[in-house]
Design a protein around this ligand. Structure first.
Ligand code: 5GP
Length: 204
């Protein structure tokens, strides 16, 4: 019999408070100057994080940019090989390399599961930066490259073997490290009162 997947319901307040608790450390260790939300799960967390970053950084209001990524979904008749676990871009930044160059970029998503999405986001954004660097004089490139940083914030990191790695110079922050359960996010609920009621019940 197939193993039943455990669910964990999280509320808007849970997420808000996880972000509140982690933001001072992120401000201190990294002090981002651009937020890049991975849609759709990264949108709400990025907006909440901006509120707390603003508190930590004397009212600097950060820009939030958005990218859309989704893992290739299996369809009937598709072989495992064909699936290839591809990440698909549904939205990207305009003139991405120029926007990212010289900045401390913080990529925000709701959950790190297999890590494939985050790996794709970091490596592709870095590729755009490398392409942009080619437009600059050779002797300026090393300095510009060093000034361009990437870090990741996820609300939840699942404690499980990951299928992709992120390069070690990319800082990584998570709001909470959780077991390998399925997280039910509030923005996916059609009845938020019921979602919150069940979340409170689960807690007891
Ligand atoms: P990845 O496997 O690349 O780390 O995550 C891919 C995407 O799968 C996530 O951005 C998220 O949209 C979705 N996902 C993975 N685990 C969960 C989960 O526990 N709950 C929900 N709602 N989505 C998840």
């Amino acid at each position: 019999m197939a193993k039943e997947v455990q669910h964990l319901r999280v509320t808007y307040n849970d997420i808000h408070n996880l972000i509140r608790r982690r933001t001072p450390e992120i401000a201190k260790a990294y002090n981002p100057d651009l937020l890049i939300a991975i849609g759709g799960g990264g949108f709400f967390p990025a907006r909440v994080m901006r509120t707390f970053l603003r508190e930590e950084t004397q009212n600097k209001t950060l820009q939030i940019q958005a990218i859309g990524l989704s893992l290739y979904e299996p369809v009937d008749g598709t072989s495992v090989e064909q699936l290839g676990n591809e990440v698909i871009r549904t939205q990207w930044l305009d003139d991405s390399g120029k926007m990212l160059l010289g900045r401390r970029n913080l990529i925000v998503d709701e959950v790190d599961d297999t890590r494939k999405t985050l790996r794709y986001a970091v490596s592709e954004l870095k590729r755009d930066v490398e392409a942009e660097l080619l437009k600059h004089p050779e002797d300026k490139r090393a300095k510009l490259r060093a000034a361009t940083r990437f870090a990741i914030f996820v609300v939840h990191n699942k404690k499980k073997p990951k299928l992709a790695e992120i390069d070690p110079e990319t800082l990584y922050f998570s709001g909470d490290d959780v077991e390998d359960v399925w997280l039910d996010y509030p923005w996916e609920a059609t009845n938020i009162e019921e979602h919150d009621r069940l979340a409170a019940q689960d807690r007891q």
